[in-house]
Design a protein around this ligand. Structure first.
Ligand SMILES: Cc1ncc(COP(=O)(O)O)c(C=O)c1O
Length: 464
């Protein structure tokens, strides 16, 4: 019987030794199992969805365990280590901050927070902008949702609804989870009760309106979504805000620019604010600093996280002064938001992204790897539905033979086998593989990882 990717049953591996990959034990490493078992006993099973690799050290684009194995990391943690793991300048900034003995300041004035905020505001190029810092991405999306609701309420009492797109992801707390479009996770509460509404995402891989291919139909797609809302009796005048991922984490491809233009136009006409959740696609991941730059429209709010520090927990909401200044002093803050050590890490990270031209590198390396990975689709069109993405935000979508149904089992099996061969991947449970290494990855290493995926796919489909 095939063992699932999270299984703690060691599987024999063939030794791997390349410039970047080294596999010298069965996977999972037998010596790691007691510790992972203790971890599983101590935390909920929700935490056990990833390959059981005991991270001991992560540096640049490499992850090591303590048993001699080393992986090319295609996960960047969970799409967070944009500048690379443990970048020396980020480590130095953290160390310097710690050694100065300034570990926490809450909302008291502090210079690291100021420096980071000023940098973010100038980077965002939103008119008359301010920014606020938090720890997790979810906390920042929650703040954006709250700001949009407050803004709507000033227009009229019932204008507090939030519109989001199916399939997008915005976090784990109540409002963030309701705004998310995964089929599971938010089933415990009725969206209508709290005025969260969804329309289908413009997902051209599985068009919600059953069109065979994209034909400049973004406007029509958005209007059809609105129409479907109206048919459910939802009055769009109660909508205060629209939140979306400009480059969704699961398609890794920018939403159509004509869909974005239609959405923003509609929002402006109806005094609805637009928030771009850039937590995953921002900070250079897609070859531009903001994923939204692929769309050619300007949102009212931008939410960042993950790659903002490539390390410690930092997230941010950036937006126009009049929106961010709605809550009174003391009404919008977070104990660890703008923590000086985290702010120093984020500032150093932004400097590294710029000084080392990692955003341009993401675009360049991404294009080369995409080209290599697209061979999979040319060779196996029956099983590879699409290979797409921008920058180092790439995904391989698999389907079952002879139909267009996603092949979750195949995707998970390839990820599992790649891990046994020194390429670290995570499963998505949605029939696609994600190729999201740190942006600093050596192009040869990225191509080597692509070739490992290719081999795993070929072996897997020829043995089934
Ligand atoms: C697009 C997007 N929004 C929000 C979040 C939530 O961020 P966090 O896990 O830091 O709370 C994530 C995390 O994966 C994300 O990808």
């Amino acid at each position: 019987m095939a063992l699932g990717i999270t299984s703690l049953q060691p599987v024999a591996t063939s030794p791997v030794e390349s410039r970047w990959r080294r596999i010298v034990t069965p996977i999972p490493a037998p010596a790691s199992i007691p510790l992972i078992e203790r971890l599983r006993a101590a935390e909920p099973q929700s935490m056990a969805g990833l390959p059981p690799i005991l991270w001991d050290q992560a540096e640049g684009f490499l992850v090591r365990d303590r048993y001699g194995n080393q992986w090319i990391d295609l996960t960047s943690g969970i799409v967070l280590a944009n500048a690379g793991h443990a970048h020396p300048k980020i480590v130095a900034a953290i160390r310097e901050s710690v050694e100065r003995r300034l570990l926490a300041t809450y909302a008291f004035p502090s210079e690291p927070r100021l420096q980071l905020l000023e940098r973010l505001v100038s980077r965002a190029q939103l008119p008359d902008a301010k920014a606020i810092l938090f720890s997790s991405g979810t906390e920042a999306t929650e703040c954006a949702l709250m700001l949009m609701r407050r803004h709507g309420q000033q227009i009229h009492r019932d204008k507090v609804g939030i519109l989001s797109l199916g399939g997008n992801y915005h976090g784990r707390t109540l409002a963030a989870q309701l705004a998310s479009g995964k089929p599971t996770g938010a089933e415990w509460i009725d969206r209508g009760q709290v005025r969260h509404f969804q329309i289908p995402a413009p997902d051209c891989l599985g068009c919600p309106w059953a069109k065979p291919a994209y034909e400049q139909c973004g406007n029509e797609c958005f209007q059809s979504g609105l129409q479907a809302l109206a048919e459910r009796g939802i009055d769009h005048r109660q909508i205060a805000g629209l939140i979306l991922e400009p480059v969704p984490g699961w398609t890794t491809f920018p939403i159509p620019a004509d869909f974005a233009a239609a959405a923003v136009r509609w929002a402006r006409e109806h005094q609805v604010l637009v928030a771009f959740d850039e937590i995953q696609c921002g900070c250079g991941r897609t070859g531009k600093f903001f994923g939204g730059e692929h769309l050619g429209v300007t949102p009212d709010l931008v939410v960042l996280g993950k790659g903002l520090s490539s390390s410690l927990p930092v997230s941010a909401v950036i937006g126009r002064r009049e929106i961010l200044d709605q809550p009174q002093p003391g009404d919008m803050s977070s104990t660890h938001g703008g923590n000086p050590v985290c702010a120093a890490a984020a500032l150093a990270n932004l400097e590294v992204l710029e000084d080392e031209r990692l955003i341009e590198q993401s675009a360049r390396t991404g294009a080369i790897v995409l080209n290599r990975l697209q061979a999979l689709q040319r060779e196996y069109p029956d099983r590879v539905r699409a290979v797409q993405g921008v920058g180092l935000f790439l995904s391989i979508h698999l389907r079952q033979s002879g139909c267009n149904e996603t092949d979750i089992e195949l995707a998970d099996a390839i990820a599992q086998e790649a891990v046994r061969r020194g390429v670290l991947m995570f499963t998505t449970g949605r029939g696609y593989l994600k190729f999201t290494p740190p942006l600093c990855i050596d192009v040869e290493a990225a191509l080597e990882a692509a070739d490992v995926i290719h081999t795993c796919l070929v072996e897997r489909i020829s043995t089934r």
